[in-house]
Design a protein around this ligand. Structure first.
Ligand code: SAM
Length: 291
């Protein structure tokens, strides 16, 4: 039927009719709230000349709404049992297509160029399976896919870390990894009560707007992220101690203090107080450091 699936009654009815027991191991918590769907859709800035890539359509609650706004929707679902249900709930939407597969294993660049040829922009829009939130987002970013926005519902706690600014306990290597590629903005906080079944955490919708250029210029990206990782290795330790442990020996350690002061960073600061610009400067200095 052409009915919207995103109500508790309709969702439960579909599950019952198909004898479907949802799998916790696949992060199957289905959204049943039209207002939350609308806030996801409006954050994604879709239009008839834009494409939407959905990860994990479930029984199609979000997919239906995406199909109304975007020119083309491609949804990747791992659970074969959902395919016949999706066929039914998406029947009225000719521009929506489901691909059966594991998003972490598929060649998304290939899918994007094949399925969205001619579109003026592509966004990922999804209510993500929570057991693999970070791997999915890092895959989308590190593969440098041609995306405009990534609008996803994720655990609130992970959304807080992705959007965190320097100085707080949420700020860490995930904040820097995400904000290196994107402007991150929390769009909505979503209580667990709008899902069937209810997850045991609250959620948030986050919009990651892809930058044309990374937030900072670094000569060696991999080394930049290595420096960031090392700086947060032991959060309670100073930047000096964390970097010394990772990159220096007892003999070369004395150079580190001068190196830090040379780029304007007090050695007693903690990793969580450094801005991305400071990490970029620090990375260049370490690259040029003789030892
Ligand atoms: N979009 C639906 C909604 O909002 O109600 C369902 C969201 S549910 C949180 C996550 C969906 O991702 C489930 O349908 C699950 O089967 C699917 N999924 C889990 N792991 C996946 C993977 N590795 N690749 C693709 N889909 C996956």
């Amino acid at each position: 039927s052409a009915q919207d699936v995103a109500t508790p009654g309709r969702t439960k009815e579909i599950l019952k009719k198909n004898h479907l027991v949802l799998k916790k191991s696949l992060g199957q918590n289905f959204l049943t709230d039209g207002n939350v769907l609308r806030s996801i859709i409006s954050a994604a800035e879709l239009a008839p000349d834009k494409g939407a890539l959905e990860i994990g359509p479930g029984i199609g609650a979000l997919t239906q709404q995406l199909a109304k706004e975007a020119g083309r929707v491609v949804a990747v679902e791992i659970d074969r049992r959902l395919l016949p249900i999706l066929e039914e709930t998406l029947a009225p939407y000719e521009t929506a297509e489901v691909i059966h597969g594991d998003v972490l294993k598929l060649d998304l660049r290939d899918i994007i160029s094949e399925k969205f040829a001619g579109m003026s922009g592509i966004s990922v829009v999804a209510n993500l399976p929570y057991y693999i939130t970070t791997p999915i987002i890092m895959k989308l970013l590190e593969e440098k896919l041609p995306l405009e926005n990534i609008v996803v519902m994720i655990q609130k706690e992970v959304a807080d870390r992705m959007a965190a600014k320097p100085g707080g306990k949420e700020y860490g290597s995930l904040s820097i990894a995400v904000q290196y590629y994107c402007e991150a903005q929390q769009v909505a906080i979503v209580p667990r009560t709008v899902f069937v079944p209810q997850p045991n955490v609250d959620s948030a919708v986050i919009r990651l707007r892809l930058r044309k250029e990374p937030a900072v210029a670094v000569t060696d990206e991999a080394f930049f992220f290595e420096v960031v990782q090392a700086s947060f290795a032991q959060r309670r330790k100073t930047i000096y101690n964390n970097l010394a442990a990772r990159f220096f020996t007892k003999e070369t350690k004395p150079e580190l203090e001068a190196l830090l002061l040379g780029v304007g960073i007090e050695p007693i600061r903690r990793g969580e107080t450094l801005s991305m610009e400071e990490y970029a400067r620090l990375t260049e200095a370490l690259l040029n450091c003789p030892s």
